[in-house]
Design a protein. Structure first.
Length: 145
């Protein structure tokens, strides 16, 4: 409740207030992120809030009651070929999350057709770097209280 009902809701409210009566108000969330990312630091507030709305929404969609375990056969084969196996993926993904200094995110991304594990600080996200996010974990401290 606190994470979704307070933090995520505040990002949505802030983004709506920052884009109200602007040309960004009619754009998709992804378009807002791309426009703001291309105009930093002038649009830093918009970027931070839009990215955090996207990051959290994606994170909620990554959660699954009773989740865990191996992915389907196609993704598993890609993990094995690109990341050295499922166990190595889990180890490296966990290390990325634990090794994130300060607030941020750990990600499994598709970058140029290849799976990679990466991490981003603060509100940054793979979308701003031309990558496709497949999985994330929130390593902001507010995710754990």
């Amino acid at each position: 409740e606190f994470h979704h009902g307070k933090h995520h809701a505040a990002y949505v409210t802030n983004l709506n207030n920052l884009t109200k009566d602007t040309d960004l108000a009619s754009k998709s969330l992804e378009e807002v992120i791309k426009v703001a990312a291309a105009d930093l630091p002038a649009k830093q507030g918009i970027f931070n809030n839009a990215a955090q709305v996207w990051n959290h929404t994606f994170f909620w969609n990554c959660l699954n009651k009773g989740g865990g375990g191996k992915p389907g056969p196609k993704l598993l084969a890609k993990i094995e070929s690109d990341l050295g196996g499922f166990d190595k993926f889990k180890e490296d993904f966990k290390a990325a999350a634990v090794g994130q200094f300060g607030s941020g995110w750990a990600w499994l991304v598709l970058d140029g057709g290849k799976l990679k594990i990466t991490k981003t600080a603060n509100a940054d996200l793979p979308l701003a770097h031309g990558q496709k996010a497949l999985l994330t974990v929130d390593v902001w401290e507010h995710a754990y209280y």
